[in-house]
Structures are given as structure tokens and as C-alpha cells.
Design a protein around this ligand. Structure first.
Ligand SMILES: NC(=O)C1=CN([C@@H]2O[C@H](COP(=O)(O)OP(=O)(O)OC[C@H]3O[C@@H](n4cnc5c(N)ncnc54)[C@H](OP(=O)(O)O)[C@@H]3O)[C@@H](O)[C@H]2O)C=CC1
Ligand SMILES: O=CC(=O)O
Length: 291
């Protein structure tokens, strides 16, 4: 099966290489073309524009940073819309809001194409090992057609109904993720400043009812001030912003998420946006009591 792939950032690179390793033919495009080199070394072909990729492939997948990027590759010159047509499918796996997804869906379907949104839960390592959780919604027939690819990319795929539901589910999950990361960061600093060994805190957490892979996976690196990016903080802040907008639309009060969003905004203003979202820890460390 030949698949087009738009966007080879942290996630797209891992996912497209994974498809290649599992026997798919892949044609990639990235705004910064040189970033395609590593995927090409694994056997991919390169398309010069999104339109060229869509022209060549029956199904094209995209995973791009945010709503602006997702819209740009579809609507701009040489974009997806120029070549999408009856019989072709477009799957956007970026984390965006439901309005963005619906706008893309309408444009694709008005040209006779098929659209599926399929944001993913899971980070760089799950992308590398095919352990993502796929949150699909939209065209059910395209979903069925994409299942062989989803089975390579993920450990479980959900079909959540109409376009927009995948985006909403992803934002709810990441709103919780970002809030938990803030509470975890405060806990690590509180343990250390109050004279405890924070490594003991990690051991205690790991044995209890709130044990989770994020504390286990990121905790030791955070204690070393290692925030090498797996999930860039700027994307987590974008997700908090979009989740808060979803809260506004639905009349849901989210003071915890709002506070977490402020912390991520603070971290971005400190120049930490390209680091892992665990770098929000640095905002907690800023405050020191003076005697
Ligand atoms: N990293 C993670 O752990 C996870 C990320 N996600 C989501 O997946 C998406 C991608 O994340 P990730 O791979 O980490 O992000 P990266 O920042 O590593 O990659 C972003 C990609 O988007 C492209 N891009 C950005 N702006 C534009 C634009 N205006 N036009 C065209 N292309 C553009 C970049 O191209 P260029 O190289 O030229 O900059 C790059 O290919 C995001 O929506 C993120 O929230 C979801 C789950 C986990
Ligand atoms: O969106 C990030 C993730 O880890 O999932």
C-alpha cells in the first residue's frame, strides 16, 4: 500500500519510518525539505509539494504542529485541495480543535475526497514502537481502509463517530495530561525544598494508586533537569489553549487547566517552548523564598 505522509517532525518522522519498516511504500513531504533525508534513508520517496504527494497516493496522512499548519497544507498554493478528488483519502493526525477539523473535512469532501481526523495519544517513543492510541472520527469507510496502517502505528484505534469527536477526545486527554504534569512538577519541587529526597517520592508514587507511566518515564530525567523534547512544550500549551476554548463552548469551569495553561505560557515566555513539556518544572523552581 502506498501512503503519502505530510510532516516529518518528531511524530511524523517516527511514524513514517515505522510504516516503511512494516512494508508500506511512503512518499513524504515536509515544509523544511531537508528533514525528509532520514526518512528517505529508510526508503521513502519525496514529493515536492503536498499536492504532488496527494496526486501520487490514494491515502495521504498528515501530522503537523497546530491548526494554522494543518489549514495551510490543505488550503495554500500547492496544497492538498489542488489534487484531492473522488477515490482519494486524507487523514489528519495533528492535534487541532474540532472547528479546524470540520473546515478541512468540508473542503476535502466538497472535492469528492474522503476525510478522517485521527489525532494520536502517545509520544515520541510510542510513535517509534507503534504503540500510539488512535482517536479517529469522520469517514468510516476511510477508517476501515486505513486500519492496516493504524495497526502498524498504534496499539489501539478508536472510531469515535462524526468529524470533531477525535479532536475533542484528544484535547480532553491532553488537558488532563498538562494539568497532571503541573501537579507533578510542584510535587517534585515541594519534596526537594521540604528536605525530602525526590527520588524517594518517585518510588512512593510508583507503588500507589496514582502510579503512572509519565511519572515513571519522565521523573528521573526531570530530576536531572533533562527536558529533551519528546512532546514539545509549545504544543502542550496549544492543546491547553484549545481545550480551554472547548470548555468555554460547553460551559465547563476548568480552573485547574487554566492555571496549568498559565504555567505553560510562562514557560514559553522563558524560551522553553521547544523543550519537552516537562520543562514547566522550571517555572515552579523560579519561586524561592527569601528570608
Ligand atoms: N510529540 C508528541 O509527543 C506528540 C505530538 N502530537 C501532536 O502531533 C503534532 C506534531 O507534533 P510533533 O511531531 O511533536 O511536532 P514537531 O514540532 O516536531 O513537528 C511539527 C511539524 O509541523 C510542520 N509545520 C509547522 N508549521 C507548518 C506550516 N505552517 N506549514 C507546514 N508545515 C508546518 C513542521 O515542519 P518544519 O519541519 O518545516 O518546521 C513539522 O513537520 C502536533 O499537533 C502535536 O500536538 C500528538 C501526540 C504526541
Ligand atoms: O500529545 C501528547 C501525548 O503524549 O499524547
Amino acid at each position: 500500500m502506498e501512503v503519502g505522509f505530510l510532516g516529518v517532525g518528531i511524530m511524523g518522522k517516527a511514524m513514517s519510518i515505522n510504516l516503511l519498516k512494516n512494508g508500506f511504500k511512503v512518499t513524504v513531504w515536509n515544509r523544511t525539505l531537508s528533514k525528509c533525508d532520514e526518512v528517505v534513508a529508510h526508503g521513502a520517496s519525496v514529493g515536492a509539494t503536498p499536492a504532488e504527494v496527494v496526486k501520487k497516493c490514494k491515502i495521504t496522512i498528515a501530522i503537523l504542529s497546530d491548526p494554522d499548519a494543518a489549514l495551510s497544507v490543505v488550503f495554500d498554493k500547492d496544497g492538498v485541495l489542488e489534487q484531492i478528488c473522488n477515490g482519494k483519502g486524507y487523514i489528519d493526525m495533528s492535534t487541532v480543535d474540532s472547528q479546524t477539523s470540520c473546515k478541512i473535512s468540508e473542503a476535502i469532501t466538497s472535492k469528492g475526497g474522503h476525510f478522517l481526523e485521527a489525532p494520536v495519544s502517545g509520544s515520541k517513543q510510542p510513535a517509534e514502537t507503534g504503540q500510539l492510541i488512535i482517536l479517529a472520527a469522520g469517514d468510516k469507510a476511510l477508517y476501515e481502509e486505513a486500519v492496516p496502517a493504524f495497526n502498524v502505528l498504534g496499539k489501539k484505534s478508536f472510531f469515535l463517530g462524526q468529524t470533531g469527536n477525535g479532536a475533542k477526545m484528544k484535547l480532553v486527554v491532553n488537558m488532563i495530561l498538562g494539568s497532571v504534569m503541573n501537579a507533578f512538577s510542584e510535587g517534585l519541587v515541594l519534596a526537594e525544598r521540604s528536605g525530602l529526597n525526590p527520588h524517594d517520592l518517585l518510588d512512593v508514587l510508583d507503588l500507589g494508586g496514582i502510579a503512572n507511566p509519565m511519572f515513571r518515564g519522565k521523573g528521573p530525567a526531570m530530576l536531572r533537569d533533562d527536558h529533551s523534547p519528546a512532546f514539545p512544550l509549545k504544543h502542550q500549551q496549544k492543546d491547553m489553549r484549545l481545550a480551554l476554548a472547548l470548555g468555554d463552548e460547553n460551559g465547563v469551569s476548568m480552573p485547574v487547566a487554566a492555571a496549568a495553561n498559565e504555567a505553560f505560557k510562562k514557560a514559553r515566555s522563558m524560551g522553553l517552548g521547544d523543550l519537552d513539556f516537562s520543562a514547566v518544572l522550571e517555572t515552579v523552581k523560579l519561586h524561592k523564598q527569601s528570608s
